[in-house]
Write a protein that binds this ligand. Structure first.
Ligand SMILES: C[S@@+](CC[C@H](N)C(=O)[O-])C[C@H]1O[C@@H](n2cnc3c(N)ncnc32)[C@H](O)[C@@H]1O
Length: 197
């Protein structure tokens, strides 16, 4: 998988981000509407923009203006700007900016490596954004979260996400948690929520 999601070369599944991308490639296609709840350096936004193409739409949120500006520049370099709306707002305001049904929402929690550690994601705002995401999701749509527990507050956020997700009704939602068994106990993991058809 290349950074714009358009190659068929398999990417080693070294961590949850790679698994997340594999699932996105399977479930998101041209013309889809998606959100990146944590833009950061823009890697997920660029990947999503490559998959949905010009007929699709990507809303990408961050509270860090520098991160959004750097992502905007990268999108221009890849000629992928037209499908992307960079939103300088917290993802807890997702519903104010998006009213269209979404095929997927991606969260990469924690803080931006090399960025400001105070802009770390927090349980309360993450859960609010998750609730809003489920409300916008089409039947068959997915929410994917890469969860990090190794930083201060990360453990608490991971627990909040797991407990919230575990309470989602079945039937109605299929909720997965996927982690690497041969890694440290605090290694990042993937949570996937599929809204049942
Ligand atoms: C782990 S980084 C995301 C990495 C990114 N997906 C990438 O591919 O480079 C987490 C990001 O979440 C952002 N963030 C923290 N709280 C947020 C909030 N309430 N709403 C939106 N973004 C937030 C941080 O500023 C940071 O850029």
């Amino acid at each position: 998988v290349n950074e714009t999601g358009n190659s068929r070369n398999p990417e080693p599944l070294r961590g949850p981000v790679a698994l997340c991308r594999l699932i996105l490639q399977q479930r998101v296609g041209t013309g889809c509407k998606v959100a990146d709840a944590t833009c950061g350096n823009g890697k997920d936004t660029i990947f999503l923009a490559g998959i949905v193409g010009e007929r699709g739409r990507v809303w990408s949120f961050d509270i860090d203006k520098n991160a959004l500006e750097a992502t905007g520049e990268k999108l221009r370099q890849h000629s992928l700007s037209s499908a992307v709306e960079l939103v300088h707002a917290g993802h807890e305001r997702l519903g104010e900016f998006i009213s269209e049904p979404l095929d997927a929402v991606v969260f990469n929690l924690g803080y931006l490596p090399g960025g400001v550690k105070s802009t770390v994601t927090r349980p309360e705002t993450t859960l609010s954004a998750l609730e809003q995401s489920l409300g916008l999701l089409v039947p068959g749509g997915i929410v994917l979260l890469t969860v990090y527990t190794g930083h201060p507050g990360g453990d608490e956020e991971g627990r909040a996400v797991d407990e919230w997700a575990a309470r989602l009704p079945s039937p109605g939602y299929n909720v997965w948690r996927s982690s690497l068994l041969n890694r440290r106990a605090d290694a990042p993991y993937l949570v996937m929520i599929e809204k049942a058809v």
